[in-house]
Design a binder for this molecule. Structure first.
Ligand code: BGC
Ligand code: BGC
Length: 844
């Protein structure tokens, strides 16, 4: 009898105890297999709660799974447990390697066009499906599933409804509305053919410095848990016999298991240094609800628990999740997270599947991973029983979804009904959520709600920017730099205010810097964070970045002129805002409201007749800090939030942040023509000595290359390098304190070079990264040598290209080297790491 069959028996036994309710099986013995050297990472499954997995074992389904597995070749089984990213895989590849799943990562889209129309997404879904069910050559047809991060609406698709991020939904304390949002999101997903979303995020963030805090509903596990069942039911429908995809539903994935929000200092992908009981009670609690709701998939976290990466943790994945809690779906890993497990690389990690992982998210490394897994299954490193168990778990989910009968994505119910994207109903729902999520933190002299029949000044830099109001995971991964034109049908906060005010015969003047001619009756200043995702949003202190502090001066100026100031704060988390609270009469936390900014005006203004139209209902689901010290005292507790009739006025708050500002320009090596702190710009023209460029004009030691200052954006904002004739030239940015950018590399971050060719070089231009003497990786993307002459542009190269070429990205002392054997004549203004480029080059 194979292990897989044995597991069925165990699960039927467990299922029996569920259905007969009072029969209890004895708890499993203390797990000794995970009791490795470190007792801090040993799990005791018996102290973890049980959950009630709602799907009883179905003998017919099991027989069907066994029959499919009996037909599958080893290669087909290996492919089934691998998921690739659409930017790195074709339907032809998916067929050839029998891949079980694809995803579109935050920056991946059909034809590499983030703004591709919905037709293209659906057509691509069909193409992958067709490839997966092709039976030519005796292939076993197993339909592929497509996973996407529909984390606040179907947020990768232009025109979709963008709901508030989870931090805002938490403030609503309204689980029914959460369910309706999930239902709407499922429908929008179905229109473009995807079957699976990597949502809901049921993290319980404990530290606001974490750049993903906004993906969590609350720091309170009980509130998070109260949303989970509703959200999953909204996405998947009620657990039952009906195939999930036969209704307006999709598969859900709760993430990231476990303690992604409990890492030390809030570091993304960091280490949760906490006890097993904290792990269970704070971070584990929502998973009981998720399993009770029948969540079909769970994503393992990138992070660690007391130093051990969860993706390789058998105690948590198998002993707790699958056995103790009886989770009966499948576990998927996060983006190349298996590569971080001790002893693993992105290309090889038998440890993960052996620990209980069922599907590897191997976006761009699926091919080497496939090869290594195949070899490991052949030589027994990965036991056949475990492999077949993983395949069975995936097939069981696909059968529950009804995928084998569903047909091509475009033929399924709701497919191609693109009018569902951003439909009036869904937008109304999002607007309701925006309204209910607003937390009124200060309202001196009952300034709010404002009278719309007046002259309103709208200031601050965030009023008319839907991308900013939407935050990360919106159309692109980081969500940065997206214009309002990419949000057809959406309403900016400004537009919402204009509609409310002009509809009541009032007038609005919009001036980001707060300037005006006609004295306003009140000013609304909209300010706050700009978009980020994952580690890019990590902070050292709870301070708003200094470049985002401009609106504070505007508030102070307006206040000094006696104009009532209403501050509206766009943010992914509570930050230290004492100065802004002092500089305003009313203060509203609006979180990251998304595409329906009209919800803000709904609450800020009275109706035409001067009556209160809608009351503030939001209450904090995260505590608010009194200083910028994340472990410091609190200004407001959980549940705080005023209504417009609260009579008490708030006095002045201390303006000492309590921390030393720790902003750094890490990731920017050269800016406005100058190296940033701790970097030097060196040029060599074939001589062994390199010339350090400080003042200009100057020439390199050999006299062949000249460097002078030229203008770009600012006066002398760039440096121009010109050679007389051909010969070896190397221009580089170096440091004495090598940097580690492995995290950025895993995130597919780009090396960004803002440059302009004055003339093309007579020989190929190469880029390299150096990691100390004799260590480095060089690439020569053909397109780099052919950029348009005379035009400034920001060129991006994935950092992983340099890693693939041999650079050790954990110890770079020269992350930017540009060289050629030909002539040169170009200008350089900025070199940095980032995600937004005019042109993205390949690795060749
Ligand atoms: C994130 C996940 C996401 C996945 C796919 C990862 O980096 O941590 O939340 O679902 O990428 O985009
Ligand atoms: C992808 C995201 C992914 C991230 C991992 C990005 O390039 O687009 O989906 O979550 O890398 O850090």
């Amino acid at each position: 009898m194979t292990l897989r069959v044995r597991r069925h028996l165990v699960s039927s036994l467990l299922a029996l105890t569920v259905t007969t309710a009072c029969v209890r099986v004895p708890p499993p013995p203390i797990n000794v297999t995970t009791a490795v050297e470190n007792p801090a990472t040993t799990i005791h499954p018996e102290i973890w709660p049980r959950a009630d997995w709602p799907y009883p074992v179905d003998a017919a389904v099991e027989a069907r799974i066994d029959a499919i597995i009996a037909r599958m070749t080893l290669e087909e089984k290996i492919g089934q447990v691998i998921q690739a990213d659409i930017a790195s895989v074709t339907p032809e590849d998916a067929k050839r390697y029998h891949l079980g799943s694809i995803l579109n990562g935050g920056n991946s889209a059909p034809d590499n066009d983030e703004f591709a129309p919905p037709e293209k997404w659906l057509a691509l879904a069909d193409a992958f499906y067709d490839a997966s069910v092709d039976t030519s050559g005796g292939r076993t047809a197993v339909p592929i599933i497509w996973g996407t991060d529909a984390v606040h609406g179907h947020s990768n698709i232009v025109g979709a409804t963008i709901f508030p991020h989870n931090v805002g939904l938490g403030a609503m304390h309204d689980s029914d509305l959460v369910q309706r949002i999930a239902e709407a999101t499922a429908l929008e997903l179905r229109s473009t053919g995807m079957e699976w979303t990597f949502a809901p995020t049921i993290t319980v963030p404990q530290d606001g410095r974490w750049g993903r805090a906004y993906e969590g509903y609350s720091q309170d596990p009980v509130l998070v848990a109260s949303y989970v069942e509703k959200f999953i039911e909204g996405l998947q429908g009620k657990p039952g016999d009906e195939p999930i995809l036969s209704g307006p539903h999709v598969l859900a994935s709760t993430k990231h298991f476990l303690a992604d929000g409990g890492t030390d200092q809030g570091r993304d992908q960091g280490d949760a240094k906490i006890s097993e009981t904290e792990l269970r009670d704070i971070h584990g609690t929502p998973y009981v609800s998720a399993i009770n709701a029948g969540v079909q998939t769970i994503m393992a976290s990138f992070s660690s628990w007391n130093g051990a990466k969860i993706t390789g943790h058998k105690g948590l994945l198998t002993d707790v999740l699958k056995e103790r809690m009886r989770f009966g779906g499948f576990i998927v890993s996060d983006w190349n997270a298996h590569g971080q497990v001790l002893g693993c690389t992105n290309a090889s990690c038998p440890q993960a599947i052996n620990a209980g992982l069922d599907m590897y998210m191997a976006p761009d490394t699926w091919k080497p991973l496939y090869d290594s897994l195949l070899a490991q299954a052949k030589n027994g490193t990965v036991p056949m029983d475990r492999l077949e168990d993983a395949v069975a778990n995936i097939l069981r989910v696909k059968i529950r979804a009804g995928l084998f009968e569903a047909g091509r994505p475009s033929s399924r119910p709701y497919s191609g009904r693109f009018q569902l994207l951003g439909s009036a109903d869904h937008r109304a729902l999002a607007r309701e959520a925006v309204r209910k999520s607003l937390v009124l933190m200060k309202n001196n002299n009952r300034v709010l709600p404002l009278n719309p029949k007046s002259h309103i000044l709208v200031a601050g830099d965030g009023a008319d920017d839907i991308g900013r109001a939407s935050g990360g995971w919106t159309l692109t991964w980081q969500g940065t730099g997206i214009g309002n034109d990419k949000f057809p049908g959406a309403t900016s906060i400004l537009k919402g205010i204009e509609e409310a005010v002009t509809g009541a015969n009032g007038t609005v003047h919009h001036a980001p810097d707060g300037s005006f001619v006609q004295q306003p009756d009140a000013a609304i200043v909209i300010f706050g964070e700009t978009p980020y995702a994952e580690f890019q949003g990590d902070l050292k202190t709870l301070q708003l970045k200094s470049e985002l502090k401009g609106p504070l001066a505007t508030m102070r100026k307006l206040q000094a002129q006696g104009i009532p100031v209403v501050a509206v704060f766009l943010t992914g988390r509570p930050l230290w805002t004492n100065e802004e609270l002092n500089a305003s009469d009313a203060f509203v936390a609006a979180w990251l409201p998304g595409s329906e900014g009209g919800g803000v005006a709904d609450v800020l203004f009275r109706d035409k007749d001067g009556k209160i139209a809608r009351e503030f209902e939001g209450k904090l689901s995260f505590t608010w800090p009194m200083t910028a010290n994340a472990k410091g005292p609190r200004l407001f507790e959980l549940g705080y939030g005023l209504t417009s009739d609260s009579a008490s006025n708030m006095g002045m708050l201390p303006e000492d942040s309590g921390v030393v500002s720790q902003e750094s320009s890490a990731g920017t090596f050269f800016d406005k023509g100058l190296p940033t702190a701790s970097w030097s710009l060196l040029v060599s023209d074939g001589q062994s000595d390199r010339t350090r460029i400080t003042t200009t004009p100057v020439e390199a030691i050999g006299g062949r290359v000249q460097v002078k200052a030229v203008d770009h954006l600012t006066q002398e904002g760039a440096r121009q390098f010109t050679s007389s004739g051909s010969g070896p030239t190397l221009i580089e940015l170096v440091t004495h304190a090598p940097i580690d950018i492995s995290r950025e590399t895993n995130g597919d971050v780009l090396l960004l070079v803002t440059m302009r060719y004055e003339q093309l070089s007579s020989a190929p231009i190469k880029l390299s990264m150096r990691c100390g003497e004799g260590c480095g990786g060089q690439i020569a993307p053909a397109a780099l040598s052919r950029l348009e002459v005379g035009k400034w542009q920001t060129v991006g190269v994935p950092i992983k290209c340099f890693a693939n070429a041999g650079a050790d990205v954990s110890k770079l002392d020269a992350p930017f080297q540009i060289s050629t054997a030909g002539s040169i004549d170009f200008s350089l203004s900025r070199v940095a790491l980032g995600t937004v480029a005019d042109t993205i080059l390949g690795c060749e």
